[in-house]
Design a protein around this ligand. Structure first.
Ligand SMILES: C[S@@+](CC[C@H](N)C(=O)[O-])C[C@H]1O[C@@H](n2cnc3c(N)ncnc32)[C@H](O)[C@@H]1O
Length: 339
């Protein structure tokens, strides 16, 4: 028994909205063979349609997410038994006896107990060496990194993201690396790690699903630690939260010019239908949760592109305890472009 793509904590993930998205597509009688999800996050929406036989474009600005897509959603070959043997070996390691390393030097006593931190650093370095020595193919390399990312995330001393760690000493959790359940897909997946605004200029799909961040809270800040482990460039980390330099993974969608960036995105999409996820966090009390693009902006921008319909559903979602949303609504804007 292993982990599935949805078995991680990720802010704004649409696991609970898949049925709503699918039902809406059915109601609209949208027929399609190709699907684009250019702000894929966990990848659960892309996975859902890939699994239904649609050729799917998958993308995110974060490399840690790309690694997961390359591991779980790729069409490339890998040897399952080889991966299992390597993971079993990792799980026999006695962490106490390991030497200090980049990860333990930076993330002990904050996000992890020293023994778990030593193991995370050791395992990540070992995966890198195995890949360099050609003991792993590219897919196997990404599968092992993903297994580490999912497993380490489960035992971190946090509420589920890495903006900060909990105000208590991390316990020794004796990290075990879990296997990942990997499905075989008949449809093709195309996997990218770039700015969605660039990518949409290069691809053409029947349905393009759009789910960007709509507030000032940067995913690069939430998930810097997973990004650090995925990239494994061993950068210097700063301040209490131990974040690495993240300039090139900061999203324009979380900045003041979000509306113009969104407008540019929609203008450049080449698809018969554009489906946009949107929620009404604009009533939130914390200023960083206020939507950068208003409901009226959305309507104006999408109406320029095609014929618009709006669907909505009630939904309970992450609010970090500060935000009190009584009537949280998730919306889907369906724009038929006529292209
Ligand atoms: C609301 S989340 C998507 C959640 C996803 N639908 C799911 O179900 O997990 C928004 C995602 O957009 C990514 N992102 C932000 N700006 C981006 C950009 N300019 N290009 C591509 N991805 C971006 C973030 O890293 C984040 O993963």
């Amino acid at each position: 028994m292993g982990l599935n793509i949805e078995n991680r904590r990720y802010i704004g993930n649409k696991s609970k909205l898949l049925k709503f998205i699918d039902d809406t597509i059915r109601k609209e009688k949208i027929e399609f063979n190709t699907f684009g999800d250019v702000f894929s996050g966990t990848g659960v929406v892309a996975e859902y349609f890939l699994n239904k036989g649609k050729d799917t474009y998958i993308n995110d600005l974060l490399f840690s997410n790309y690694v997961i897509y390359k591991a779980l959603l790729s069409n490339d070959k890998f040897e399952e038994e080889k991966i299992k043997k390597i993971i079993d070996k990792y799980n026999e390691i006695n962490s106490e006896n390991l030497e200090e390393n980049y990860f333990s030097n930076n993330f002990s006593g904050n996000y992890y107990h020293n023994y778990d931190a030593k193991k995370i650093g050791y395992v990540r370095e070992d995966i890198e060496n195995k890949y360099k020595n050609q003991e792993l193919n590219e897919r196997e390399y990404y599968i092992l990194i993903s297994a580490l990312l999912y497993s380490m995330d489960k035992i971190s001393n946090t509420v589920g993201h890495y903006e900060s760690f909990l105000n208590k000493e991390p316990e020794y959790k004796n990290l075990k690396i879990s296997y990942m359940n990997i499905k075989r897909y008949n449809a093709k997946s195309y996997i990218y790690n770039e700015d969605a605004n660039n990518l949409v200029k290069k691809i053409k799909v029947d349905v393009m699903y759009i789910d960007p961040p709509y507030n000032a809270r940067q995913y690069a800040n939430f998930y810097h630690l997973l990004e650090n482990v995925a990239q494994w460039k061993k950068p210097k980390v700063y301040n209490k939260a131990k974040k690495m330099e993240r300039k090139n993974i900061m999203s324009e969608y979380c900045k003041a010019n979000a509306k113009a960036v969104f407008e540019d995105l929609i203008k450049n999409i080449n698809a018969k239908y554009i489906i946009v996820s949107y929620n009404n966090t604009y009533k939130a009390k914390s200023t960083s949760s206020i939507n950068s693009i208003t409901y009226e902006d959305m309507i104006n921008i999408l109406e320029k592109k095609g014929k618009l319909k709006i669907y909505e559903t009630d939904y309970k979602y992450f609010n970090s305890g500060k935000t009190n949303l009584d009537k949280h609504k998730e919306r889907l804007f369906i724009c038929k472009t006529g292209e």
